[in-house]
Ligand binder design. Structure first.
Ligand code: 5CA
Ligand code: ZN
Length: 407
């Protein structure tokens, strides 16, 4: 599919700093160690409703990852999927009387506009599941040939007993897994399954549902295998980061990691499993199914999109936080202050500021720490001034390149 437009990223002077990130599967912060081309896969939207601030928080976090790698001289091979056929999309299409394909296309287009407005750099490959169904079926057949699947009434399941590393990504115990599996699209109670946590790879044709002809017969892919297939085809195994929100730790990334292991023989399938926190509204996780949403498309029309980005930057990516309207007001004030400071004809030297912003972001993306450093520079520039005629330009460039904020 078409991705979205990229802005030019200014090159910065001085020394870059290698990025460290929290790896959910290692349960610690570790330094990333990409080759000349860093490889990242981030789970994309299920396009049945507009992008909310929670989604934006997740894509923003991984945008900072890419910006830090670029600053360190790496190329970034970024792949993202769109779950453009799945139960929630089909249900919403049926409720609203819109064709599911039209609904997906409309919401993906709105998402592209949101990402561009927030200056989130686009993936090199943006792949809709409907584009790769045949390929997903090939990989399911490959799994079957390895003896890790079984068929139940035409549906194909991955057998969790044949997944020796299962549980290592999330670290959850079996009770917790069973609860989350049921909440997040799994079917632990289905009669005939060998184990409650066996997960669906291929769903055979059901009346009224979209289907594809494939080597597995008529049907459509299950959820987890779509991301594994797209990631392995686009990035290979042992890529640097698999990312998403923390609601994807289990079962999505757990199952995907075991699928990748079975397909490639490599463990871990991704070197880092990294997750952004959940954004809530009125005390509840923002979700399309609950309807308690703050849409990016509305917020960015009512406010400067750079203020929306500053709301995201003001929270550590791993934190769970709640949206309240005062956040956007605070961000607008900060944006105005920064803009006033970078339009001065000179300011305090900013080399130390650049080093601090790099250091804060390199430390598991401490964006609040980075903002505090820019705040301090701007306050000094506006109150005491400074001798350096190049400093305002440098601050503008570092805000652009590292924080994605156009001043
Ligand atoms: N299509 C699947 C991933 S393959 C999916 O989870 N789609 S989604 O539209 O539900 O979510 C898209 C991304 O936003 C996922 O990475 C998800 O973890 C993240 N996300 C969803 N809700 C929130 C929220 N309230 N706060 C933060 N991130 C969220
Ligand atoms: Zn995914």
């Amino acid at each position: 599919m078409r991705s979205w437009a990229a802005q030019n990223v200014p090159k910065l002077p001085g020394e870059s700093i290698p990025l460290s990130l929290y790896d959910t599967s290692a349960r610690q912060v570790r330094q990333t160690d990409p080759g000349p081309t860093a490889r990242i896969y981030v789970c994309g939207i299920t396009p049945y409703d507009a992008t909310h601030l929670g989604h934006a928080n997740t894509y923003h976090a991984f945008d900072l990852v890419g910006r830090m790698w670029r600053d360190a001289g790496h190329e970034v091979h970024y792949t993202q999927n769109a779950t453009d056929v799945d139960d929630p999309l089909l249900e919403r299409a049926a409720q609203t009387g819109i064709d599911w394909r039209d609904l997906a296309e409309r919401e993906i287009e709105l998402f592209r506009g949101d990402m561009e407005a927030l200056r989130i750099l686009p993936p090199r490959e943006y792949v809709g599941v409907t584009e790769v169904v045949g390929r997903v079926a090939d990989l399911i057949a490959k799994l079957s040939a390895k003896g890790v699947t079984y068929v139940l009434d035409g549906d194909v399941y991955f057998s969790v007993s044949d997944a020796p590393k299962f549980g290592q990504v999330s670290g959850y115990d079996e009770t917790e897994m069973t609860v989350l599996f049921a909440e997040r699209g799994g079917d632990p109670g289905r009669a005939g399954k060998r184990h409650p946590l066996d997960w669906l790879l291929w769903r055979a044709e059901r009346p009224g549902e979209p289907v594809w002809e494939s080597r597995l017969g008529r049907g459509r892919p299950g959820w987890h295998i779509e991301c594994t297939a797209i990631a392995v085809d686009s990035l290979g195994s042992g890529f640097d980061v698999a990312g998403g929100g923390s609601d994807l730790i289990f079962p999505h990334h757990e199952c995907g990691a075991s699928e990748g292991h079975a397909l490639t023989g490599e463990w871990p399938f991704a070197k880092f499993y990294t997750h952004a926190g959940m954004v809530a509204l009125d005390g509840d996780k923002m979700s399309k199914s609950k309807g308690n949403l703050v849409f990016v498309s509305k917020l960015r029309l009512a406010h400067d999109p750079m203020a929306v980005r500053l709301v995201l930057l003001a929270h550590h990516y791993r934190a769970d936080w709640e949206y309240v309207p005062s956040l956007i007001a605070d961000a607008e004030r900060r944006l105005a202050t920064w803009r006033s400071a970078v339009t001065l004809s000179s300011g305090p030297r900013a080399d130390d500021l650049l080093a601090t912003v790099r250091a804060r972001l390199a430390d598991d993306l401490d964006s609040p720490g980075a903002l505090a450093a820019v705040d301090a520079w701007a306050a000094e520039a506006l109150t005491a001034g400074g001798p350096d005629p190049d400093a305002p330009r440098l601050v503008r460039d570092l805000a652009d390149a590292l924080l994605g904020v156009a001043l």
